[in-house]
Design a protein around this ligand. Structure first.
Ligand code: BMX
Ligand code: ZN
Length: 291
């Protein structure tokens, strides 16, 4: 069977034909910045129509809350303010194929869990990227949540005095630790067009302000890892995303974890797949969940 896997992120949309867990064709576009839902429908139609001809079913991983196939951005800044976008229905109509949809971080968690060869019982995957997302696998089951909210750990409280998050809460993990937040924090030092990558380039030259910003992100993620370990009794945390996998970031997270009581600290490893974890994970998920 050939799966058309789709990964809708805050920055890019990737689509791939996946056969026997291997990507055979992959295409990528920028996520439309328009707040109009129709812009996403048009982009998906152009991207998926040719690929659907070669597929048996469609597996979609998307940023945002996926509640029975309907997408709502928890942090509207990350996805053009999409609210109640009927993702499952739109993609069914475009492709005329069976479709499954889950959250992007949940999909990547499933891939990383399978990559660990099921040698763990309780794991969390955390992505530090445009936003901060997570997915939990507990006792061999991926928690997709009754309403699709499970895993949205990027919106747990990190600092009651922190910045206002795009979701409306003050001081979420995402508002401090994400690539977007790193970029915003850098703007007062490195100019208004500063983004996460700019800060990282300054960090590599030893800039004190850049180091402080990235350390604040890393210590926030370390505390998130401890909080999740306390609540879920985790064996292992897998860290991914463009920031999570950036050079030296995991080492910084480990440094902050070492300062915490031992029982709060699980094994922490780097994701085995970078940009393709969502695509491959949702393709694996579809094998068991397509109807
Ligand atoms: C946000 C939220 C999550 C997502 C996470 C990582 C939106 C649109 N997204 O917390 O659903 O998993 O970002 O997303 O509210 P990414 O785009 O950085 O991969
Ligand atoms: Zn938030």
């Amino acid at each position: 069977k050939t799966c058309l896997a789709v990964d809708i992120g805050g920055t890019k949309i990737a689509a791939a034909l996946v056969k026997d867990n291997v990507i055979v064709t992959r295409v990528q576009i920028s996520t439309p910045t328009s707040k109009e839902a129709s812009a996403l429908t048009v982009a998906l139609t152009d991207l998926l129509t040719p690929l659907a001809l070669e597929a048996d079913h469609v597996a979609v991983a998307s940023t945002g809350i996926i509640n029975h196939g309907v997408l709502t951005a928890l942090n509207p800044d990350n996805l053009g303010g999409l609210n109640h976008f009927p993702l499952h229905q739109v993609i069914s109509e475009i492709t005329q194929l069976p479709v499954v949809v889950i959250n992007d971080a949940q999909a990547a968690a499933w891939f990383e869990y399978k990559a660990l060869n099921q040698a763990v019982s309780d794991m969390a995957f955390i992505t530090v990227s445009t936003g901060v997302g997570a997915g939990f696998v507990q006792k061999e089951i991926l928690n997709t949540g009754t309403r699709g909210i499970a895993g949205h750990a990027g919106h747990m409280l990190a600092d009651p005095n922190g910045p206002i998050c795009g979701c409306g809460r003050k001081g979420c993990v995402e508002s401090i630790a994400s690539g977007t937040a790193i970029g915003i924090a850098g703007q007062s030092f490195f100019g208004t067009d500063c983004d996460g990558e700019t800060v990282y380039q300054h960090l590599l030259t030893g800039d004190k302000n850049a180091i402080a910003i990235v350390d604040r992100s890393a210590s926030t993620i370390a505390n998130l890892i401890a909080d999740l370990t306390i609540s879920l009794d985790l064996d292992i945390v897998v860290l991914g995303g463009s920031v999570g996998l950036a050079s030296g970031y995991l080492a910084r997270v480990r440094t902050y974890l070492e300062r915490l009581p031992n029982v709060y600290v699980p094994d922490v490893i780097a994701a085995s797949s970078g940009a393709d974890a969502g695509l491959l994970g949702v393709a694996l998920w579809a094998e068991q969940n397509i109807k």
